[in-house]
Design a protein around this ligand. Structure first.
Ligand code: DO4
Ligand code: MG
Length: 286
């Protein structure tokens, strides 16, 4: 089942049928057995037709987030470890990535509050003070306030490689800024946990030209999804649950950096495609 958050209400898609729910997003999603709860909703909710669905998705779609924080895991795939060791060689920080890849404790960092998160078809930003910028396509978990994974969405953990590469202690600046995260297009709520064979792919286009494309399977992740969730919930409570990006397994080659106008498509099997356009935040004068 899929939940699409729109400015006119929540759309619940079950196979070919779509229902309109007029409910509070956070109350709806933050529960045990979200799948069964949604299945029951299909028995008594208002159905909408295909053309209303298309029009709401095209004009009113929001990121599938309410009051939740967004956190992220890092260095969960070999490819991410290797790229980060390379970019931080001259700062002397390379060892940290190697160590965290092998360690029992994963790297987890705070990524965004909801107002910094772009929706499907929205803009993500690159920093004015960064020379090397990449998207990070990541399976993103929705975890309820009991610490249980209830749903999945596609995430983009936008990153400045020049800032992180200069010194790993700059990570919060490389990762956390306006529109540095995107989630969408929906919250996917399957009956069973997502398959390890799930494919994640990315295409970056400049005009009509493909600048980078890659794909990976979830099975290549070093850690399990429940392991990441349990570390996040060890000493933190999340009243409405939270989102957790699970790390990237795809890194463009070193010569690539994003430019304003680039289009990023992140596709995850079962979830769909999250598309964002790259932009730069307009500078405000005091
Ligand atoms: O270690 C820095 C961040 C890693 C990350 O965001 C990733 O591996 O996806
Ligand atoms: Mg990442």
């Amino acid at each position: 089942m899929k939940l699409f958050k729109t400015s006119k209400g929540i759309l619940l898609q079950n196979n070919m049928d779509v229902y309109m729910l007029h409910e509070d997003w956070d109350e709806l999603i933050n529960r045990k057995n979200l799948f069964s709860h949604l299945l029951k909703k299909t028995e008594k909710s208002e159905r909408i037709d295909d053309s209303s669905f298309d029009s709401l998705i095209n004009t009113e779609l929001q990121a599938p987030i309410g009051k939740q924080e967004v956190w992220a895991a890092g260095v969960t795939y070999l490819r991410s470890r290797d790229a980060r060791m390379e970019e931080s060689k001259s700062s002397g920080g390379a060892d940290f990535y190697d160590k965290v890849y092998e360690a029992e404790r994963p790297e987890l960092f705070f990524k965004a509050l909801p107002h910094r998160v772009a929706a499907h078809n929205g803009e993500v930003y690159i920093r004015n003070d960064s020379t090397w910028n990449v998207p990070e396509p990541e399976l993103t978990l929705y975890i309820n306030s009991f610490g249980e994974i209830q749903g999945y969405t596609a995430g983009n953990d936008m990153s400045s490689r020049s800032i992180e590469g200069e010194n790993p202690l700059y990570l919060p600046q490389a990762k956390v800024y306006e529109r540095s995260a995107a989630l969408g297009p929906c919250l996917f709520v399957p009956q069973e946990p997502i398959s390890k064979n799930t494919g994640i792919s990315i295409i970056i286009k400049r005009g009509e030209k493909i600048m980078f494309e890659d794909s990976i399977q979830l099975s290549r992740m070093k850690r399990s999804l429940t392991e990441l969730a349990s570390f996040l919930f060890r000493e933190s409570d999340f009243a409405y649950g939270c989102f957790l990006m699970t790390g990237t397994g795809m890194v463009p080659p070193p010569e690539f950096t994003l430019q304003p106008g680039d289009k990023i498509d992140i596709t995850i099997e079962g979830i769909g495609t999250l598309r964002n356009k790259v932009a730069i935040k307009k500078q405000t004068t005091a």
